[in-house]
Design a protein. Structure first.
Ligand SMILES: Nc1ncnc2c1ncn2[C@@H]1O[C@H](COP(=O)(O)OP(=O)(O)OP(=O)(O)O)[C@@H](O)[C@H]1O
Ligand SMILES: [Mg+2]
Length: 420
């Protein structure tokens, strides 16, 4: 397999990030180009200003194109925001053909799991199979080729607001590109950050971004729960801004340069001076006072994440604890604070599993989602297992855009079957 190019586009609340990658047999996944632009068109993970978002997308993809020396056409884009909801569902079908289960049967079964009442303004983003049951035998990972008459599945269904997804499509198309897939952001981040063995023993991914904190819980190599919370790093900056009467940029810089998630009693305190605004006198603040502003907000974020994890029913199954990622996890001490608040092991995770190219440039928790989108796109197995090819996925005025989206999926599924 040589060099098919895959582009991950993470439209975040604070930055838009495009990652261009290709897979080759020798080096694995090569990062060919990265482009970042600051983002001002989103609020808490959701597009609220089309024009600003379009120009940020153009800037980010343009930079990545120039770095990679390629022309981008299709992108795999992320979606988040607290409109995203998820729940468990079940489906059952009987097979017709001599009792050997086919891919078509599985497809029919997954479709059956989606027959749930849903408000008209929502659509399904993902159907994530957790387990298949063949003639009463549970724990089947892949039933294709097995003998059986009665086929059941437990799935995790993720839904989102149609309008939120359409606005993402609209922005990408207006910027001159087309959407190959739309992927839940915490699911994408999990591909770049979590190790296989963590997913096996049980782990919760907590992606603290600017506008949203995204959660994904895994056990037995299967996704068990997803959730999106509308409190993240921007709130930490706002607290500093309001608490100290600073400008936004000053507060942001202060947080990045001196912020600590916990007061470190073993370190001597430092005094930080902040230039005054408009000829006013400079201000001073101790580093411990700064962390007294940061800590409660980070604790709040982690506590809400903890509630979300409890809601999943898997809080006691986290053998590998929690893995933090996203720019909001860059404040030193965040992992220690998470371990204290949640009572489990915690580490900060960055994108891994990459072969060559601009690996260093993306080795940062801020880029977990964009790299994860690329890994998602490069892994046909993921697509086969997790995509339900509903042609009417995001129909409506955007009919034409939807076609291009589902066509990409169908093409890739077909190609995968040919490779088999
Ligand atoms: N070096 C750093 N130290 C502390 N915080 C940082 C640092 N770099 C970035 N951040 C914080 O990370 C947050 C942005 O993280 P990230 O880039 O993951 O978010 P996003 O993807 O743009 O937003 P979202 O995922 O919520 O839509 C901001 O609140 C920013 O202040
Ligand atoms: Mg993000």
């Amino acid at each position: 397999m040589d060099g098919e190019i895959v582009v991950g586009l993470d439209i975040g609340t604070t930055k838009v990030c495009a990652v261009v990658a290709a897979e080759d047999e020798l080096e694995g996944i090569n990062i060919l180009g990265v482009g970042i632009a600051s983002s001002e068109g989103l609020n808490r993970g959701v597009v609220v200003n089309i024009d600003k978002t379009v120009s940020a997308i153009r800037e980010a993809i343009g930079k990545a194109e120039r770095a990679a020396g390629v022309t981008v056409e299709n992108v795999i884009v992320g979606i988040a925001g607290d409109h995203v909801q998820s729940f468990q569902s079940r489906g059952v079908i009987t097979t017709h053909r001599d009792g050997v289960i086919t891919q078509h049967d599985v497809q029919r079964l997954l479709e059956d799991t989606t027959h749930v009442a849903m408000p008209a303004d929502r659509k399904i983003l993902h159907v994530l199979p957790q387990e298949y049951i063949v003639d009463g035998q549970d724990g089947v990972v892949d039933p294709v080729g097995m003998s059986g008459v009665r086929l059941e599945a437990n799935v995790h269904i993720v839904t989102g607001l149609v309008s939120a997804a359409r606005n993402i499509y609209r922005c990408v198309e207006k910027a001159g590109y087309s959407v190959a897939d739309i992927v839940l952001e915490p699911l994408a981040s999990s591909y770049s950050v979590l190790h296989q063995d963590e997913k096996e023993v049980g782990v919760a991914l907590i992606d603290i971004g600017g506008g949203t904190t995204d959660i994904a819980v895994f056990e037995d190599n299967t996704i068990r729960h997803t959730g999106v919370i509308a409190v993240a790093g921007t709130k930490v900056t706002d607290d500093i801004r309001k608490g100290l009467g600073l400008m936004r940029d000053q507060a942001e810089q202060l947080k990045r340069q001196f912020g600590l998630a916990l007061v470190d009693v073993n370190q001597p305190d430092e005094v930080i001076s902040i230039p005054g605004i408009g000829g006013r006198q400079e201000k001073t603040i101790s580093r411990s006072a700064l962390s007294q502003i940061i800590q409660p907000r980070l604790e709040e974020i982690l506590e809400i994440a903890g509630i979300e994890i409890k809601r999943s029913g898997y809080a006691r199954h986290l053998g590998a604890g929690v893995v933090l990622t996203g720019g909001g996890s860059l404040i030193p001490g965040t992992a220690q604070l998470a371990a204290e608040v949640l009572g489990v092991e915690a580490r900060v995770g960055l994108p891994t599993g990459l072969g060559g190219g601009m690996v260093k440039e993306v080795s940062d928790p801020k880029y977990s989602t964009a790299v994860g989108l690329v890994l998602y796109g490069l892994n046909p197995e993921v697509i086969r297992r997790e995509f339900l090819d509903t042609n009417e996925k995001w129909t409506g005025q955007q009919g034409q855009l939807d076609d291009s989206g589902s066509r990409g999926i169908v093409e890739r599924m077909t190609r995968w079957f040919q490779e088999l």
